[in-house]
Design a protein around this ligand. Structure first.
Ligand SMILES: Cc1cc2nc3c(=O)[nH]c(=O)nc-3n(C[C@H](O)[C@H](O)[C@H](O)COP(=O)(O)OP(=O)(O)OC[C@H]3O[C@@H](n4cnc5c(N)ncnc54)[C@H](O)[C@@H]3O)c2cc1C
Length: 441
């Protein structure tokens, strides 16, 4: 009999294991893949925190209320304010806890995404080297770790979980079960049912990120939350797109206001492709001025080497390359440039007051093929403030079933800010470990 069985070895599972590793309890991690760390392995693992020492030393004014406002605002009102508040309040403690476990961050603090102030910490080296390996090293010999062991079912007795069932039907008894099983970004079949447009995305998550564990939880009576909401990403940093002119290659027309949010832009690109029978995608166009402002020489060259950016001497060559009608394409560019003369984008209402937005006029021109990625799914199962799963029949928590990290749902609503998934993994691991210690005391 285990005291605690943790299902999944990504950031969330590793944090729960670390927080319980010195309690003298019998703790095990079961991981279905033949290697550790799940999608966390491919992540940048930036961590958003407020009131940290770096912010203080730089005089950056921030607090939990501002951070909460940012997260809740970006959630489009769909986020869970109570759970987001727990994230904001505990964010600095999360950073300190990780550092006390040997994780390392850069001595810099970054302004990312739609955060209102600089509050994002980046791992010192890679996510694996600076975050995940130290977490793993710390629990070797303290926590049993099993690879290639998938939990496929749970045995329930009333509102308690008695055991987990492995693929080969082995039943393992546990006092507490923690699902840290991640998201389902690669489960095209499941996603297509929830949000058809999102099934046209690529993903950088682990190939195993499917909805099977979500289904296991639903089977015992967990509540599904916001499983149709997706967080999109692009093959280029979102911050460069407002300085571009985005063209839908299917129609040769300008697509939308380029300064829209990441979710809105992704929707526009996916939607344009979905309604077209060609599915040719969209491109972001920059001129020489914009590209020099946005990219260092080295970064630009690396994109050119990877054929992610193509260079053209004139707009005629762009039209020819992408199979567009040259006259219509040229008139799109002229129309866009004319908005800067009048100061009003009559087509999409882009706010042209930003002096960094400029006409597209100085050759050479640069075309970026825009790809939409799905690397994070906001949906999952409903949890309470201790990360306990809520029972759909009673709306009360299962006393010994916890869900931590991306597998939980409804926390971030329509949009999750940069660094706030890592934060959720760590903070709810802390909440969960605290409750588990109480239960097992
Ligand atoms: C490219 C990329 C960049 C990102 N950048 C950031 C960032 O900078 N900041 C940020 O906050 N977030 C970022 N994210 C999102 C963030 O990394 C993830 O949401 C987070 O790492 C998820 O951690 P997790 O532990 O919940 O899940 P995972 O890391 O996916 O781990 C879940 C584990 O559970 C295992 N598992 C699932 N079901 C079972 C089962 N039934 N039995 C046994 N094992 C099972 C899986 O194999 C997996 O190993 C990024 C994601 C990607 C893909």
């Amino acid at each position: 009999m285990y005291d605690v069985i943790i299902v999944g070895s990504g950031l969330a599972g590793m944090c729960v294991a670390n927080l319980l590793s010195d309690t003298g309890k019998k703790v095990a991690i079961f991981e279905k893949q033949n290697m550790l760390f799940g999608s966390s392995r491919y992540s940048t693992l930036n961590l958003a925190t407020c009131e940290n020492s770096l912010q203080k030393s730089l005089g950056i004014k921030d607090n939990a209320t501002t951070f909460l406002d940012d997260m809740y605002g970006f959630s489009g009102g769909f986020g869970d304010k109570k759970l987001l508040e727990i994230l904001a309040i505990n964010s600095n403690l999360a950073l300190k806890t990780l550092q006390s476990f040997g994780c390392e961050y850069k001595d810099e603090i970054f302004l990312k995404d739609y955060h209102s102030v600089a509050r994002v910490c980046e791992p010192k080296h890679s996510a694996i080297k600076s975050i995940l390996n130290p977490l793993h090293q710390r629990i070797i010999n303290k926590v049993d770790i099993f690879l290639e062991q998938e939990i496929v079912d749970l045995e329930k007795n009333g509102s308690k979980i008695d055991a987990v069932i492995l693929k080969d039907d082995t039943k393992l008894k546990a006092k507490i079960v923690v699902f840290a099983t991640g998201g389902f970004s690669r489960d095209k079949e499941f996603i297509h049912l929830q949000n058809p447009l999102a099934s046209f995305t690529k993903s950088q998550t682990t190939a195993q990120s499917n909805a099977n564990s979500l289904k296991t939880l639903l089977k015992v009576g967990a509540i599904p939350v916001q499983v149709e909401l997706m967080r999109y990403a692009f093959n280029f940093g979102i911050e460069i797109l407002p300085y571009s002119l985005i063209i839908d290659i299917n129609t040769g027309q300008r697509l939308c206001d380029e300064s829209k949010t990441r979710q809105e832009l992704a929707y526009e690109i996916l939607h344009a492709d979905k309604v077209s029978k060609f599915a040719k995608g969209s491109i972001a166009l920059f001129d020489e001025y914009a590209i020099k402002t946005l990219f260092s020489k080295e970064l630009l060259q690396s994109y050119i080497d990877k054929s992610m950016i193509k260079i053209f001497n004139n707009t005629f060559d762009i039209a020819e390359f992408f199979g567009l009608d040259n006259n219509k394409f040229d008139s799109q560019i002229k129309l866009y440039n004319s908005y800067f003369d009048s100061g009003i984008d009559t087509k999409f209402g882009k706010n042209l007051l930003n002096p960094a937005y400029k006409k597209l006029e100085k050759a050479p021109f640069y075309a970026l093929n825009l790809e939409v990625y799905l690397n994070y799914t906001q949906g999952g199962v409903a949890i309470n403030e201790h990360s306990q799963v809520i029972n759909i029949k009673t709306f009360q928590p299962f006393s010994n079933l916890f869900v931590v990290g991306e597998a939980s749902g409804g926390v971030h609503g329509m949009g999750r800010l940069n660094g706030c998934s890592s934060l959720e993994c760590v903070v709810f691991a802390m909440q969960c470990a605290k409750k588990i210690k109480e239960i097992l005391a």
